[in-house]
Write a protein that binds this ligand. Structure first.
Ligand code: AMO
Length: 444
């Protein structure tokens, strides 16, 4: 008999079917044995009646996470047992034959939907198992839709997808947050950002995007920082101002939010998610005005607490969970960011904040070669290390800009998680690469 996916069982009421999947839960009630079976498409309750002696003989040893093939007939549940609004809540599988495809050892913790309440370290220590839980799966299904929708949006706007390198000869963003790798007899770095490459590729393809890993040697442990991040990057030529970049970024985020809302109804419900609100025109405020609004001293970047307070104020005033902040001190940001024409001490860079967390950075870039070389000198960069990037601009680059979104931060906030590690399948931070890094290992 061919396998039927669990989500399709409702179409087979009264018929014999075969399913295959995992046992989520086993419940013994008197002489009856109930199972919740799960496959990639959903869950269903099964019941083994005592008269099914052969099935019962197999069922007696089966525990949670056993992999099984089950044959039986699909029956409607009595009215008082119907679970309204739940997939297969109106049916159950009357088990007639069971086969164990793989046994499972007894679990280190309760994996049932009601019993599952893991602390984060246990969830991560047992990632291979916690990944099987519907709530954890829902997080990553939403993440897949976020990343897929980013691709879909950029393609719809005629952006070209390219693959950025991970091994790089120079630091794109500057600063100390970079992992050095020994590369044969040389020193190389893990990419902090595909920034310089997306700018190079833009000078050939005009509108480009990439979905790639970036690496940040973040020395602090926070709820919003990882050392390995999925970065959703875009770069576009022939802009008239940084506002063109902001508008593209806003459309992109709106598309992603709408797409998650329509494609992840079940997942959002299961997670009790309260998706951030994007109003028709996302409020946009200069850093100087933001600092005044907060009663904070000028000429400083926003600290996390100020980002939170600013977002709260904007939410109260406009109903928007998002705010663009633009115009950062030129010297405090990377060399490639475009300085304002009438006030070069301030740049045309921008950030998009959501509920107190930065989702996106971007803005206009310097495209004039002379101006770029002036910044390279002022930022004390070694031109020979970024020769390929400079070549792209020496031979004609249009006015341009771009942005990058962090996929994990978006996931965390769209589904309402407190810690970015929950929004990352295999999070890396100062203390963890899969397992915890012991203090002994750190000293080596
Ligand atoms: P930035 O450094 O702001 O900008 O990074 C862009 C976005 O990536 C995410 N992000 C992180 N998420 C988790 N942990 C981290 N350690 C981390 N670092 C960054 C954030 C952030 O907004 N080249 C510019 C982008 C551009 O101008 O196009 C850049 O890298 O969501």
């Amino acid at each position: 008999m061919p396998r039927t996916l669990i989500k399709d069982l409702g179409k087979h009421i009264g018929e014999k079917v075969k399913i295959a999947g995992w046992v989520s839960v086993r419940r013994d009630q008197g002489k009856l044995v109930f199972f919740d079976f799960r496959d990639r498409s959903g869950s269903v309750q099964g019941v083994v009646l005592p008269k099914e002696e052969l099935a019962m003989a197999v069922a007696k040893d089966i525990r949670a996470e056993y992999v099984v093939a089950v044959e039986g007939s699909v029956g409607e549940r009595p009215a008082q047992n119907v679970n309204v609004g739940v997939l297969n809540g109106n049916i159950e599988l009357k088990v007639e034959a069971m086969q164990v495809l793989a046994a499972a050892e007894s679990l280190p913790f309760d994996m049932s939907l009601t019993g599952y309440n893991l602390d984060l370290p246990t969830e991560l220590d047992h990632r291979a198992l916690s990944l099987r839980h519907p709530k954890v799966q829902a997080v990553f299904k939403v993440q897949a839709v976020i990343i897929g929708s980013f691709r879909e949006f950029m393609k719809s706007q005629d952006f070209f997808e390219f693959q950025a390198p991970t091994i790089t000869p120079a630091m794109a963003e500057g600063g100390a947050e970079v992992f050095e790798v020994s590369y044969f007899d040389h020193k190389a770095y893990l990419s902090q950002s595909p920034q310089l490459y997306k700018q190079i590729v833009m000078t050939a393809f005009e509108r480009v995007f990439s979905v790639n890993k970036i690496f940040r040697a973040e020395p602090s442990v926070t709820t919003r920082h990882l050392t390995e991040v999925v970065s959703l990057d875009a770069e576009m030529g022939f802009i008239e101002s940084w506002q063109d970049v902001r508008d593209m970024a806003e459309h992109c985020v709106r598309f992603i939010l709408d797409s998650v809302k329509t494609r992840c109804v079940e997942e959002l419900k299961l997670l009790g998610a309260d998706v951030p609100v994007m109003i028709e025109h996302t409020p946009t405020i200069s850093l100087a005005d933001a600092l005044t609004k907060l009663g904070a001293p000028a000429d400083k970047d926003l600290n996390p607490e100020q980002e939170r307070r600013l977002c709260e104020m904007i939410k109260q005033e406009t109903g928007s969970d998002f705010v663009f902040v633009y115009g950062y001190p030129t010297k405090q940001k990377p060399f490639y960011v475009y300085p304002q024409k009438d006030n070069p001490a301030v740049n045309e860079g921008m950030d998009l904040l959501c509920r107190g967390v930065e989702w996106l950075s971007g803005g206009r870039r310097i495209n004039d070669y002379t101006q770029l070389m002036d910044h390279v000198a002022k930022w004390k960069m070694d031109p020979s290390k970024i020769a390929m990037f400079l070549e792209a601009f020496r031979y004609g680059a249009p006015p341009e800009g771009g942005f990058a979104l962090g996929a994990e931060r978006m996931t965390m906030q769209i589904v309402g998680l407190k810690n970015i590690r929950e929004a990352t399948m295999f999070p890396r931070d100062m203390n963890r690469i899969d397992g915890l890094l012991s203090s002994d290992e750190k000293k080596e």
